[in-house]
Each structure stands twice: as C-alpha cells, then as structure tokens.
Ligand binder design. Structure first.
Ligand code: GLC
Length: 623
C-alpha cells in the first residue's frame, strides 16, 4: 500500500463510525452507504498529486486559513474578465489587490433567462459554455495555487435548474426522477406547506410551488419556479450531490460556498428552514471532505439571525462548516451608517466576539445579494424603534429620501402584503460617491470616499476573514443598465452586479481619481493587515466603550501585540472617550505616536492604534 493510500485509510477509519451512524439514521440503506464509500475512494484515487500534497500540508496545519494575510474578493467571471481564461490574465491585478482568495460567482451550466445569476444549475459537471470548460477551471485553480491563491465556488445544493437532466426526466413522468424532487398531484399537501413556509422572493417568485401543466403536477420551488428543490430524503440525491461535490473538489476548488444550506431539508408543519437533518447532512459533508480532500473548506451561506447561524459551525469535536457569513453584522453596519448610532453594532460585535475562536466568520460590506434588514429588533424596540417603521426608514434612507442621506440604490422584493422590502446598491453608491460625482461636488466626493474607506478599515478589524466585493476596491457605482435586459429587469440585485470598469482600474495609481483614492488607501490597510499578526482570524477581539454614540472602538490582541481600531460613523468630528493608560500607541496609518485616551477623531475618520511594546519585552522572547 502506498503512503497516500494510507492517508485515505486513516482518515476513512477515523470517521467511519460517525459517518455510518448518521447516514443510517437518515437513510437506513446499507447498499447506498457502501456505494458512497467506494465512490469516496474512487474520487480520492482520481485526485491529482498536487492537490493531495496540499491536503497533507493543510491537514498538518489546520489553521492555515486563519492567517492575517487571508483576504477575499468575489466577482462574476464574465463581468470581471469575460471568461475563465481571462481571469488568468488578471491574476496580477488580483495580487495587486492583496487578495489571496477569490470567489468566482456561479459558473456552472445554466440557461439564460432562467438562471438566477447562475444559481439554477443545469449540469454540475459542466462549465457554462461562454465562460470556458472544466479544463479551463483546472488550469485556473492550478495557476492560482502556484501563486498561493485559493478559489471559492458556489455549491448550489438545495435545488437544480428545471433544465437539469433529472428535472427533464421527472417532467417526462419518470417516477424515480420525480422522487428526487417534491412532486404533488394536487395542491392539498402544498397548501399545508404554504401555511408554515415563508416566501423567499414574495414579489419576483411568489409561493413555494409551481404548477407544471405538461406533467399535470406541482413541484416544490422555494426560490424561482425554474429552481426545483431537491429531496434529500432520497439517498440517491444525497449520494449523487456528494459525487458532484467531490468531482468539483478534484478540479482544485479550495472553498465551497454551500448555497442556501438552511433550506435543504423539508418537513410538513415546519418552516422548512434549519431542520436538524440539515445539520446531519452538513456534518456528513464535512467528514466526506475530510476523508477525500481535507484541504478544502466549507463556507455556509446562512442568511439568518445569529442564533440560527452559529449551529452551522457544529461543535468543536464535530465541526460542520469552517466559515460562515457574518450577515447580521453586515446588516447592522448599514443600520449604523443610516442612524449614526453604534449601540446595536457594538452589541452585535460583542455577540460574535464571545463565541469560541474556532468559529471563523466571513466579514463583508456588500455581496451579490440584497441587504435584508435582519436586525435585532427586540433591542431596537427598547430604543423605541419598531421593526416595520425602522425598515421603512432604512429603505428610505438608502434610496436617498430620508435623513441626511447621500445614498443611491433600489428596493428589492418590496412585498405589498407585509410591507417588507430589502435593499440593493454598491458600497460606493450607498456611501454617497454616486450622488457626489453626479453633482460634481468634490468636497462631497472626499467625504463619501472617507466613509467608504472607514467602513473597509472597520471591516478589517472584525473577528474573522474579510471579503471585498469585486469593484469596491475602485469604488464601483450602481449600474442601471440591467433594466434594459429583459432577463434581468425584474431583479434589482443586478444594480450591484455591473461589469468591472477596467478604465477606472487603470487609474489606481492616480490618487486624484476616485478609483485611485480608494485603491491606494485600501492597499495601505491591507498591507498593514498582512504584516501584523494581531489581524490573525483567531486573535482576541473585543469592543471598548467610547462614550459617544457615533464612534466605535474595537480591540485586538495576539501574542503580545495589541491594536485598537477607532471609527467615527458620523459626518461630525468627535471625541472617542476611551482611556487606555497602558502605554504609548502609534497610529499605523500615519505613523504618528498617540495616546489612547480622549482621542479626537475627524468626521468618518479612523485610526489603527498599535500599542508600543516595551523595549526588548516581546522581542527578547522571540530571539
Ligand atoms: C443564495 C444566493 C442567491 C440565490 C439563492 C438561490 O441565497 O446567494 O443569489 O438567489 O441562493 O439559489
């Protein structure tokens, strides 16, 4: 037996008991379990030697992804570089962005007009023709690995497109394939589901079921009518989806974003969200990856309140996802921008900071989706802010109608029944850059850029790993051209999914341009982050009282280094009333020595104050 075969055996034996237990609990099917095991071995054997080498390295250093140089960026392949080959030509630009983790938005085969931005997958083993081939993907991941960059992709496991081979067969009446989805002869059972299952897209895709006139049946479609929910009660579905997952892992993918994971198990009389079986499936997926391809990471997409998100980390002994989106913090950040009050944000950061350090959050300001206003309304109520009116305020604010707003953007899925609505726009437009440029007000541009950069500086201070929304590094504005495309016009999320502006990107060295101003200042922050160990994902992170509602102070500590991040969320100069009397500090950005007590801070300003170590103290130990 070769050395690498031993590695598989050891991993397999290590997980077998638990894996089998969970599988049997869900499926009671020995034959299908045996098939899963032999397929795992087959995928392991097919995994190329470079990936196996990386697996071993990462296994030996399980914290590899928690380093302070980890910085992500997400973008659409076509918008960014035309196709996969094009990305290879842009790797130098990405390196210049200090990015070592790139999330390629969905690129698998999908049908235009019913693709949900690629989240309706017609074939999990084919790249969408315009974007390239599986060989291109393999070449790209290999090129990235040469540069020590990681690639993330979406694994859309809740549903397939109606154009998937299984769906086509099911539609033709094949019962075995129908059992891979949820088919109903009439609306009796769907009506029972509808009593308890909320709607994801109340305006653009109301209801959770779709009538198929050619088949004479209803099919469950939680998202768009062309996205058919998979039935994970059927072990064939689980096994085949795991094979798809391993197939893609073998193409060199490092990080799998498990799309819409809370939805994958359905049960009558429930909300069909976050059911215990979902956790069983994710845990099995984690073990399967640890057996076949332990170098990969699972990133769960759980866009829900913190108490629903955290269980997806599993426990320290039985972990599920490696990373999860810090979604409530993201939404609360924009609430803070609109209200100039950091009270709720501080409380939210405290919740995250109290969690075990093994839990790694992915921090972001914007992504390809809308911002749903999932805030802690119970706390806001104590300040007299009621959910409905506050959501209305936030939506008005970010459309530029309310308060002292300079934001631009659009509502998303405004539900006339519940009065609920979400919001879309780019970071730069939400910070006021679009308005200031259109009014040719250079002072307002400066102020808006300042807010934009301050928000990034604050995001980098949060506990976890930051991911920049591609285009934000050069201040990309809203793109309204989606309205001219009939396939996109109804979905305002396309407002922030515009093409990369390479003309603007060519000006990043010219700091008189918006692109240059933002890029150069983010570059500075990213380089500080990369060179200071206090930015490790698992550093101690806490908040300090600032005694001023518009300002925020975040502390970080790692192996003797201490850093305080001070942020002003208001357009007025403020004082940060901290009183850290443990020595002198230096502002990492200006290099200026400063005291960390009673700190004056300009409008939308920030500081990274690093405590000066006692001469010799820390250094001697390191010798
Ligand atoms: C996720 C994606 C979103 C998509 C949905 C359905 O939430 O982020 O863009 O519409 O899943 O797959």
């Amino acid at each position: 037996m070769s050395k690498t075969a031993d590695a598989f055996e050891t991993r397999f034996r290590g997980h077998l008991d638990e894996l089998k237990w969970l599988y049997m609990e869900l499926y009671e099917n020995e034959t299908m379990f045996a098939e899963l095991c032999s397929e795992m071995r087959r995928f392991y054997e097919a995994r190329n030697k470079n990936l196996k080498k990386l697996d071993l390295e990462r296994e030996a250093q399980p914290s590899w992804y928690k380093k302070n140089d980890m910085l992500g960026m997400m973008f659409y392949i076509d918008n960014f570089a035309g196709n996969m080959k094009g990305i290879r030509d842009k790797l130098d630009y990405l390196e210049k962005c200090n990015v070592n983790y790139i999330h390629l938005m969905p690129f698998l085969d999908t049908v235009d007009g019913r693709s949900d931005g690629g989240y309706a997958v017609a074939d999990f083993r084919r790249v969408k023709e315009e974007l390239g081939t599986m060989e291109d993907l393999e070449a790209l991941t290999a090129a990235c690995h040469e540069k020590k960059m990681n690639i993330c992709m979406d694994f859309v496991m809740n549903h397939t497109s109606e154009d998937h081979e299984w769906a086509k067969k099911a539609r033709k009446g094949d019962e075995e394939y129908q059992s891979r989805y949820f088919f109903f002869d009439d609306f009796t059972v769907p009506a029972i589901y509808e009593n308890t299952v909320p709607q994801v897209f109340p305006t653009t895709a109301p209801g959770n079921f779709t009538w198929l006139p050619d088949t004479g049946k209803y099919v469950m479609t939680t998202f768009y009518p062309y996205q058919w929910d998979l039935n994970y009660r059927n072990p064939r579905v689980f096994n085949e989806m795991m094979y798809n997952f391993l197939f893609l892992a073998n193409k060199g993918i490092d990080i799998f974003r498990i799309d819409a994971v809370p939805y994958i198990w359905k049960e009558l009389y429930t909300s069909c969200r976050n059911l215990p079986q979902v956790h069983t499936i994710v845990r099995m997926m984690r073990m399967i990856s640890e057996i076949v391809c332990p170098g990969i990471l699972l990133l769960g997409e759980v866009v829900m309140e913190p108490e629903k998100v955290v269980p997806y980390f599993g426990t320290v002994e039985k972990p599920e996802c490696h990373m999860l989106y810090n979604v409530t913090t993201m939404a609360t950040t924009w609430h803070t921008v609109a209200t100039r009050s950091t009270r709720l944000l501080k409380q939210q950061l405290d919740i995250v900071n109290r969690l075990p350090k093994e839990y790694v959050f992915l921090n972001y300001l914007r992504c390809h989706d809308d911002i749903g206003w999932g805030l802690d309304y119970a706390s806001l109520m104590q300040e007299g802010l009621a959910e409905r009116s506050h959501k209305q305020y936030l939506n008005d604010y970010f459309q530029g109608f309310a308060g002292m707003s300079n934001s631009r953007g659009e509502l998303y899925n405004a539900d006339p029944v519940t009065g609920d609505a979400r919001f879309c726009g780019t970071t730069a437009s939400m910070c006021g850059i679009e308005k200031a440029l259109s009014e040719q007000d250079s002072q307002a541009v400066e102020k808006a850029v300042q807010l934009d950069v301050m928000l990034h500086a604050y995001m980098f201070m949060q506990s976890g790993i930051p991911v920049i929304y591609g285009g934000d590094e050069i201040g990309r504005l809203n793109d309204y051209t989606y309205k001219n495309n009939p396939n996109k016009a109804a979905d305002s999320r396309y407002i922030h999914r515009g093409s990369m502006d390479w003309k603007a990107a060519a000006q990043i060295d010219d700091t008189s341009t918006v692109a240059g101003k933002i890029f150069s200042r983010l570059d500075r922050l990213e380089k500080i982050r990369r060179s200071e160990k206090v930015f490790m994902a698992d550093a101690d992170t806490w908040t300090l009282d600032t005694w001023d509602e518009s300002t925020l102070c975040i502390g970080r500590y790692y192996e003797g280094d201490k850093l305080l991040g001070l942020f002003n969320f208001s357009e007025y100069d403020k004082m940060v009333w901290i009183n850290e009397t443990d020595g002198m500090y230096v502002d990492m950005i200006s290099g200026r020595p400063m005291k960390a007590s009673g700190v004056p801070i300009p409008a939308y300003g920030f500081y990274y104050l690093k405590k000066e170590n006692e001469p010799g103290g820390d250094k001697v130990e390191n010798l």
